[in-house]
Ligand binder design. Structure first.
Ligand code: COA
Length: 196
């Protein structure tokens, strides 16, 4: 998928070095944790690789987006209706590429994939409450803060920190007039579970 300035494509095993080159930098590892010693093996595991989209600008990888399709909760007699109806998003940008709206552009494209192509009903994202850059991004793309959790997540510093949960429904996306706007769409990204 192409946006005005970016290309989103599925991650490949050989993207590991590019991703590691920014994931290990302090401003990224501060929130995502230091990459583990077996980063390359974990990166290549299909159950992780299949969740990742690479964000490219002028052919260079500038970041990555996680799109993790999930089931919603449902009672036992209705689980089939709740299977694969929502997605959790995650993101990281190469630090020198921040401040230009690239993450906003990439996440809006991911929302478009989720709502307009995959027809999901809800998209969520979460972050440490102290991660201002991340929750401001959620708000820029129109996500709604739904929860503040209290000291539920262990920050890489060792401190238990509060978190924020954000979400957006397909109806909200549609009502905000974002449906099928913008200068894309080139061929859809092939996402997990073969639905595209
Ligand atoms: C979270 C993260 C992706 C946000 O990056 P970002 O650069 O702030 O977000 P964008 O690329 O959308 O850029 C927005 C900034 O560019 C500015 N901007 C410039 N042109 C813009 C445009 N066309 N559209 C939107 N914003 C634009 C905005 O004003 C904003 O700047 P501000 O924060 O000073 O107001 C980045 O900080 C990051 O990778 N952090 C480390 C990893 C991380 O925390 N991951 C999440 C774990 S939960």
């Amino acid at each position: 998928m192409s946006t005005a300035r970016l290309t989103l494509r599925r991650a490949r095993v050989d993207d590991a070095d590019a991703v590691l080159s920014y994931r290990r930098l302090p401003s990224v590892s501060e929130w995502m944790g230091a990459p583990p010693k077996d980063f390359h093996a974990r990166f290549a595991a299909p159950e992780r690789l299949d969740l990742l989209l690479m964000v490219e600008r002028d052919g260079d990888v500038i970041g990555d987006l996680m799109v993790k399709i999930e089931d919603a909760w449902a009672p036992a007699d209705a689980v089939s209706q709740a299977r694969g109806v929502q997605a959790e998003l995650g993101w990281a940008l190469r630090p020198e590429e921040t401040g230009h709206g690239y993450a906003t552009e990439a996440v809006e494209a991911a929302l478009r994939i989720c709502f307009e192509d995959l027809r999901l009903r809800r998209v969520t994202a979460s972050c440490f409450a102290a991660n201002i850059g991340s929750y401001r991004l959620m708000e820029r793309v129109g996500m709604r803060r739904e929860a503040r959790t209290v000291k539920n997540a262990l920050h890489p510093s060792g401190e238990w920190m509060d978190g924020y949960g954000y979400a957006l429904l397909a109806d909200e996306w549609r009502r905000r007039g974002r449906w099928r706007l913008g200068p894309f769409v080139s061929p859809p990204v092939d996402l997990p579970d073969g639905r595209m």
